[in-house]
Each structure stands twice: as structure tokens, then as C-alpha cells.
Ligand binder design. Structure first.
Ligand SMILES: C[S@@+](CC[C@H](N)C(=O)[O-])C[C@H]1O[C@@H](n2cnc3c(N)ncnc32)[C@H](O)[C@@H]1O
Length: 206
């Protein structure tokens, strides 16, 4: 985990007692509500709404994030509702994710720098167990290739970060796409409320 990455995100979280809506992401709820449970990995779990939702439904959840501030909030929330979650304070590339260990790998609005050899994308793909699902969701606006302004006024290029559109071309033999679509997003609370659509990729490993 780079020091600046975790410092940036700790600072981002520290501006408010709660940054996100507190509700599990709607795509995850749609995709996972009917699943039987198993081992789940939440990549960039933030304040833990998805991880807690999964754990309450019986999943054995591992959740990772670069921000210790976010993880403290997430752990507090898990304790309040009485679920056990394995928290990893690390970026995806440094987290030592075991290949083939998860029946569900979920990356909701991840912030993962692209590398020439697509390291982050391959860690996500490799983490999925045979028969398991990979769910990658990102903001529809980020698929357009246009620069965006972040919450602190910094201009960034979404093309520098991994999205579902980067993972999809890497799904070779041994994967089946279950969902590949852009859908409207209706979130009205929390820092992510300004985004109007989601790009959703759900793929199952044979
Ligand atoms: C846009 S937020 C999304 C949080 C959460 N998935 C949600 O939907 O509410 C992105 C999250 O990724 C975390 N993050 C940033 N860089 C990361 C990295 N290299 N590996 C894992 N998580 C990272 C941030 O701390 C932040 O919590």
C-alpha cells in the first residue's frame, strides 16, 4: 500500500463521520440476494456496508481497504450488528489475496490504478473459485474517457483506473458473462449520490 494512497483516503474519510450512504450497493444486492453464500471478498470495502450485508446473510467475508479510517468505521458497524468479518488493511496489490479462494469477488466503484500488465485485474480474476462470481461495478460517466473533477477539486482521468470495461476483455475461456450492462443508478444520499449510471460486469468462472 502506498503511503500517499492510504493518507489520501484517510483524509477523504476524515472530512465526515460517514462518507457513503450506509446502504449496501444495489447491484450487489441484486446479484447476491439469491446466492447460497460461501466465501466473499469485498475489494475497497470502504465503510463496510456491503461486507456487513453479506456477512448478515451468512457469507464468510474478507474485506480490504487502504483506509484505516474507513476500516475502523466498518469494523464498528460489524460489531454493532454482531457479525465477524476478516478485515485487511492494504491495497489490493499488497493484500496477499489467495487465488481461487472466493465464491464471490465484489469490487464496487474500486479505485485501482491500471498497470501495464493489468495486475489488479488479474488478482480479481484469479481470486474467484471455480463456479464463483466476479462482480465489478463502476460509474457510467467513467466509461466515457473524459476527465473528471474529484471531490477535492482535483482533475483526474478515469482511464487511469480499472473498471469493468478493463476486466471484461481478460475473461478468457473458463468464464461466462452473466451480466454486462449499463443501468440507471438512483442513489440520493452519501458522497456517491451524484452519479447517474452504473456499468455492471458479472462473470462466472466455470
Ligand atoms: C469509491 S470508494 C468505494 C467504497 C465502497 N466499495 C462503496 O461502494 O461504498 C473506493 C474505496 O477504495 C479504497 N481504495 C483506494 N485505493 C485502493 C486500493 N489500491 N486497494 C483497495 N482499496 C482501495 C478507498 O479507500 C475507498 O474506500
Amino acid at each position: 500500500m502506498s503511503e500517499s494512497e492510504s493518507e489520501y483516503w484517510d483524509g477523504r474519510y476524515a472530512v465526515a463521520d460517514q462518507l457513503w450512504s450506509g446502504a449496501p450497493n444495489s447491484v450487489l444486492v441484486d446479484v447476491a440476494a439469491e446466492l447460497p453464500g460461501g466465501r466473499a471478498l469485498d475489494v475497497g470495502c470502504g465503510e463496510g456496508a456491503d461486507a456487513v450485508w453479506l456477512a448478515k446473510r451468512g457469507w464468510a467475508v474478507t474485506a480490504l481497504d487502504v483506509s484505516g479510517v474507513a476500516l475502523e468505521r466498518a469494523a464498528k458497524r460489524a460489531e454493532e450488528v454482531g457479525v465477524d468479518i476478516r478485515w485487511i488493511h492494504a491495497g489490493l496489490l499488497d493484500a496477499g489475496i489467495e487465488p481461487g479462494a472466493y465464491d464471490l469477488v465484489s469490487a464496487q466503484y474500486p479505485v485501482l490504478f491500471k498497470t501495464p500488465d493489468a495486475v489488479a485485474e488479474h488478482i480479481l480474476l484469479d481470486a474467484v473459485a471455480p463456479g464463483g462470481l466476479l462482480v465489478v461495478v463502476h460509474h457510467g460517466e467513467f466509461a466515457t474517457g473524459q476527465s473528471h473533477e474529484s471531490h477535492d477539486g482535483e482533475v483526474f482521468d478515469p482511464a487511469d483506473y480499472v473498471g469493468p470495461w478493463d476486466v471484461k476483455p481478460l475473461l478468457g475461456d473458463g468464464w461466462h458473462i452473466e451480466l454486462d450492462e449499463t443501468r440507471a443508478r438512483h442513489l440520493t444520499t452519501g458522497s456517491g449520490a451524484g452519479h447517474a449510471s452504473d456499468v455492471v460486469l458479472v462473470a462466472r468462472r466455470d
